[in-house]
Design a protein around this ligand. Structure first.
Ligand code: 13P
Length: 240
């Protein structure tokens, strides 16, 4: 199972001390799960140093679509992220879609990440309005088709299904709806389906319900992932 910790715009150098308990925990439960921390860019290098010799990995939360260097003030490309220790990058997150990223831009970003050999956690999901209008599968189809357009080798792609209305709200989809969406996503890929994660308000209470959905390969966790106790609890409960 995958557990991806998306720290969003939280954390500073001191926060890295909180990882020690998680490292200890992961060493005693080796090979059972894959835990990937995606901190802000400022922490990628120090975090990857700290996680050296552990089985935890580091990823980034976004990148520029141009994998080469260039005059793009304030931007960071996939090559730079890889260079400081990132192995993964989250792309297409709804918080960035809301800030203006469209499917075509996300497609370019995914290509730039694959080019430098980063694994991509590609986020898809419907808004509340789209859900109410019964447009969920239509939205997922469009996001996947456009986001992955002309990408033949999808071996570096992990899909994260994150309904926008469940992010940071404490709400999660009904199990039957979640299964339906995950199976729909899987059906878009045929025999070589990528790993499919669920994200949106995952916590140590609702994990008991979520872990029973066998079609899910792991979780993308926001708020709860900044607290080492909570993330350990979520992982423990997944395996009990
Ligand atoms: P929360 O777990 O805080 O709802 O955030 C989910 C998310 O956006 C992960 O990418």
């Amino acid at each position: 199972m995958f557990f991806i910790a998306n720290w969003k715009m939280f954390g500073d150098l001191r926060t890295l001390n909180s990882l020690d308990n998680v490292i200890k925990f992961s060493k005693t439960n080796k090979n059972k799960f894959k835990l990937i921390y995606c901190p802000p860019n400022t922490l990628i290098r120090p975090m990857s140093k700290r996680l050296k010799n552990s089985n935890l990995e580091v990823g980034a939360q976004n990148c520029h679509e141009n994998d080469d260097y260039g005059a793009f003030t304030g931007q960071v490309n996939s090559r730079m992220l890889k260079n400081v220790g990132a192995k993964y990058v989250i792309l297409g997150h709804s918080e960035n879609r809301k800030a203006g990223e469209n499917d075509n831009l996300i497609n370019l970003k995914i290509k730039s990440a694959i080019k430098v050999d980063l694994k991509v956690i590609f986020c898809v999901g419907e808004t509340l309005k789209e859900k109410k209008n019964k447009k969920t599968t239509q939205v997922l189809k469009k996001q996947i088709e456009k986001g992955l357009q002309s990408i033949k080798n999808k071996s570096k792609i992990i899909i994260a299904y994150e309904p926008v209305w469940s992010i940071g709200t404490g709400l999660i989809p009904k199990s039957e709806d979640l299964i339906k969406s995950v199976l729909f996503i899987r059906s878009r890929f045929g025999r070589k389906s990528p790993k499919i994660l669920y994200g949106g308000s995952v916590n140590s209470d609702n994990i008991n319900q979520l872990k029973n959905i066998k079609s899910i390969d792991g979780f993308l966790i926001g708020g709860a992932s900044q607290d080492p106790k909570k993330i350990i609890d979520i992982i423990k409960k997944t395996y009990i």
